[in-house]
Every structure is written in C-alpha cells, then in structure tokens.
Design a protein around this ligand. Structure first.
Ligand code: V55
Ligand code: FE
Length: 496
C-alpha cells in the first residue's frame, strides 16, 4: 500500500482495502429464510491509488460494486472496481491523475476533459439494468452477474444531462423511474435536468429548469401528483473551484427552498417555496399527497453534516454539535401562497429506507440509522462523515412509535435494504452490514474489525439479527445499497 493520509477519510471503515475478490459459501450463524432470494448490491468507495492531495475526502474515492448473493440459505460475496474512464486512466498510469473532489482544475493536465466521476454512491436497478451512480456524472452500467463494467449510460445517446442523480425514485405502480441531474450543463451550471424513464428503461422525457442557486441536490421526492426538489444552502462557486478550492461551501444565513411541480407537468409550472435558513438534508425518506396537502419527510439537520463543506463556508461547528430530527414538511398546495409547515417525527439520523411498494404514497413504517445515546463504546471511525452510525431505528411516522436495534459495542451499521416477504401479514426483512471491532471498542487498531451481513425482521428490529453472515473480512464502508430479487435478476438485459 502506498502513502495514504492518516485522516478520517482513510482510517477505520475508510481504510483502503483495494481488493477485488469473490468468496463462496460464507459462514452463516442462524438461518436465512428461504424467501430471501436475490442479490444485495452495495456501492463502496475505495481508492485504487493514494490521492494527489493530503486533504482528499472519502466522497472522492473510486467506486467499487459489491454483491451478497443469497439463495437457499447460502451466501456468496464478490467485489470489483467500477471501471470508469477515470479508473482506467489511473490504472494505466499506476497513480492518481484526478485531483480534488469535483474540482477539475486540480487534475493532472493529461486528463483534461475526461470523465471525472467515480460512480461510488448508489447501485440502481431499472429496466433490467444495473447502474452505479454518482451525482457528478452519468451512471455506469454494470453486469449484475459478473460485476463487469459495460460503460457509461446515456440512454442510447438520448440523455442530454451530463449528470445523473444517485437518488432516482421508482414508482411502484407504473414502474417509471423519475430522476434528475443537477449542474446538468457543466460545472456550476444552474440547470437541473428532470427526466422520466418508462418501466422498460427508455428515456421518455427530459426537461431542464434553473435552480435558485447552485446547490447540491442529492435526493428528491415524488408523490402520485408531484415531483419535489427540496434544496439547501450548500453551494458551488466557480471562482473558488477555479482557485483549486472546494466545490461546496455551506451558507448558514441563506434559506432552503422546495421546488414543486406536477410530476408529469412542464417545468414552467415549478413553484419555489422558501424554507428555513441554514438547514441541510441529504436524504428524504418519502413524500405523499394528502388531499391538497403534500407531506415531505426528511433527515434534516441544522447545518451541513459534512465537515469540509462547513469549513469551506467558514463555519466552526464540531460534528458532535450538529442537531437535527426526522422532520415532516407539509405544504398546502391550495393556499394562495403555499408555505412550509414543519414538525418533528423522530430522532436525528440518516440513510433512511422505505419499502419499494410505498414510494410516493402514505407509508406505515420507515427505517434509518442513528447514534444511540446510550451506546456502550464510542462510534467506529469511518464512513462519509468520519464517524459511523451505531443503531438502526424503525419508525411509524403516523404514531411516532419507535424501536431500535443496537450494534455490538463500538460497532458500525450501514444502510439497510428491505426484502419483501411472500407471506401475507409478514413485514419482510432488512439486510445490513455490521462492522464489529476485533479488539476492545474504541481502543486498538481502528482498521481491525469483522464485517457481517445481518438479517433482521423488519417489524422486530429490537430483537436483533435472525441470521449473521460472516465475511471473515473487514469491508470498507458502503454508501448506499440495493436489493434485487431473483426474478428481476432473471429478467436482466445482460446474461452472465
Ligand atoms: C453524498 C455522497 C457522495 C457525494 C455527494 O451522502 C454526497 C452524500 C459518495 O458520494 O458525492
Ligand atoms: Fe445518498
């Protein structure tokens, strides 16, 4: 291994592993229900080379695609790099050629104009294809059977947007994928492309609109009626970027906004509603229509959760001092001047999931990750913000009913995926990777831990895992994951 900086972006669960491998027949403690049949894909940043700059951040690390394949209670694991243009150019050179996160002015001149994306954020399944995505570029298609990269995906040349979100939303009834790309026309472009692909994966609509400022639009929401773009004051600035500085800076004094338009409408119908100042959110849980009202549930914080984005905005706020809540924004669209009404639904946290069937509709339950205030042991270092979550919450948004699953002391939990049960009245399962320190929690080598895949009853998280699948490895942190059932894999556009 070369010289990696010893910052939070390279230690703990961010320790570079740089290994492509596959393992069959993993050890299983407990029993995996036979109904769990398919693949859990995970996006894992893991740099193939030491970075060009000491202050490099985990968001800038090469994407790997990992897969747990589960069938008849047996599990295999595989992980490979996504062979982006950037990965292949650096592989050939044997070193990093691309510089700072989303700053092409810091690159080696030899790669000017080349695709900078590392496709490290979310595996997306739609229209029989698997994509690895990151919001700064287009997705890359990956073969779900071999994990080989097919190449950049542009909808047979139809997509105009240069970017593609890592958080598209799929309507469970129509099968359409609603998605967007911001900075659609290039660096710091205010244009956002709003797009729809039909259930077979054909691009059927792409419209561009301007956002009020150049914010990081990480996620969005659909309901049966609307497409909704909540945006927050973490902004890009071309002069700062040209000077070699960070892409994003958080502005505590500027408002948030919600852009809302009919989901099949024209972008000229977009209405912008001002929200609270200085707040931040990377992931919305879900949204739904309620008569003339619209509810949008968000993992909201009082400032930006990324240290380097706060720092760039001149803010000196410790990670532990960030406050937030699972928050509901309600907008009455029949009002003369629609406004945001805000209330708290649950404790602060992130990496929220709902089951696919309730996307854009009223939903009885959601799951997300949080910090257990009573945890025995400090959080495990690593992950995108430098400290990992240590508990899983299940919440019923209408009643506020909350239940929790803790990780073992000093352990880390990554975003779960939900698996549907064929049995009526059974709420299905969650799959989540748990990292457990091999030494005493909080002491010893932070890179020394064991990663397991846990199978959890989705409606009884407090009972802990019903099966633990041991990888025998220390896996690098995932960002997001996606469950793809066997019948979908069988209908893949690619064969193995
Ligand atoms: C996020 C993650 C990213 C990124 C921007 O979780 C935002 C938020 C893993 O990459 O580039
Ligand atoms: Fe995300």
């Amino acid at each position: 291994m070369g010289a990696f900086p010893q910052t939070i972006h390279f230690i703990g669960t961010n320790t570079p592993r740089q290994q492509e491998y596959s393992l069959d027949n993993l050890e299983v403690e407990g029993e995996i229900p036979a109904a769990i049949n398919g693949s859990f894909f995970r996006a894992v940043p893991d740099n193939a080379h030491p970075p060009m700059f000491e202050d490099d951040i985990a968001l800038n690390h090469d994407g790997m695609i990992a897969r747990f394949d589960i069938k008849d209670g047996k599990v295999s694991f595989a992980i490979r790099y996504v062979e982006t243009e950037r990965y292949l150019l650096e592989k050939e050179a044997g070193r990093a050629l691309f510089g700072r996160y989303r700053n092409p002015f810091t690159d080696d001149p030899s790669v000017k104009g080349k695709d900078r994306t590392v496709a490290n954020t979310t595996p997306v399944w739609h229209g029989g294809r698997l994509f690895m995505t990151k919001e700064d570029g287009r997705g890359y298609e990956v073969n779900p059977h071999t994990l080989e990269t097919r190449g950049r995906w542009d909808y047979e040349g139809k997509l105009r947007s240069e970017t593609f979100t890592a958080h598209p939303r799929i309507d469970p009834v129509t099968g359409e994928m609603f998605f967007f790309g911001y900075e659609a026309g290039g660096l710091c472009d205010l244009n956002v492309a709003y797009c729809i692909a039909d259930k077979d994966g054909n691009l059927v609509k792409e419209q561009w609109f301007e956002q009020p400022y150049c914010s990081t639009i990480h996620d969005f929401v659909i309901t049966e009626k609307y497409a909704i773009f909540p945006i927050f004051p973490t902004l890009a600035d071309l002069d700062r970027i040209k000077a070699g500085g960070p892409h994003w800076a958080h502005h505590q004094d500027l408002p948030s906004y919600v852009g809302i338009m009919p989901r099949y409408g024209d972008v000229s119908e977009m209405v912008w509603i001002e929200g609270p100042k200085g707040v931040s959110c990377f992931h919305e849980v879900n949204g739904y229509d309620d008569g003339d009202k619209v509810h949008i549930d968000l993992c909201l914080t009082d400032t930006c959760a990324f240290q380097f984005m706060r720092e760039a905005g001149g803010l000196d706020i410790d990670q532990r001092d960030i406050k937030g809540a699972l928050t509901r924004w309600t907008i009455d669209m029949s009002a003369h001047k629609p406004a945001i009404e805000q209330r708290e639904l649950g404790p602060t946290g992130d990496l929220c999931r709902v089951e696919d069937a309730v996307q854009g509709r009223p939903y009885p339950r959601a799951w997300y990750l949080s910090m257990n205030p009573q945890a025995k042991g400090p959080p495990m270092l690593g992950g995108p913000v430098g400290a990992n979550f240590n508990c899983l919450l299940r919440i019923e948004p209408e009643t506020g009913r909350l239940s929790m699953m803790e990780t073992p002391p000093g352990g880390a939990i990554s975003e779960p995926a939900h698996v549907v049960s064929p049995e009526a009245g059974h709420g299905g399962w969650l799959l989540s990777v748990i990292d457990i320190p091999n030494g005493p929690p909080g002491a010893g080598d932070p890179s020394d831990y064991s990663s397991e895949l846990w199978v959890i009853e989705a409606d009884a998280v407090e009972k802990g895992p019903i099966a633990r699948i041991k990888t025998g490895k220390a896996l690098r942190s995932q960002v997001h994951g996606t469950w793809v059932a066997r019948e979908k894999l069988a209908n893949s556009k690619l064969s193995g």
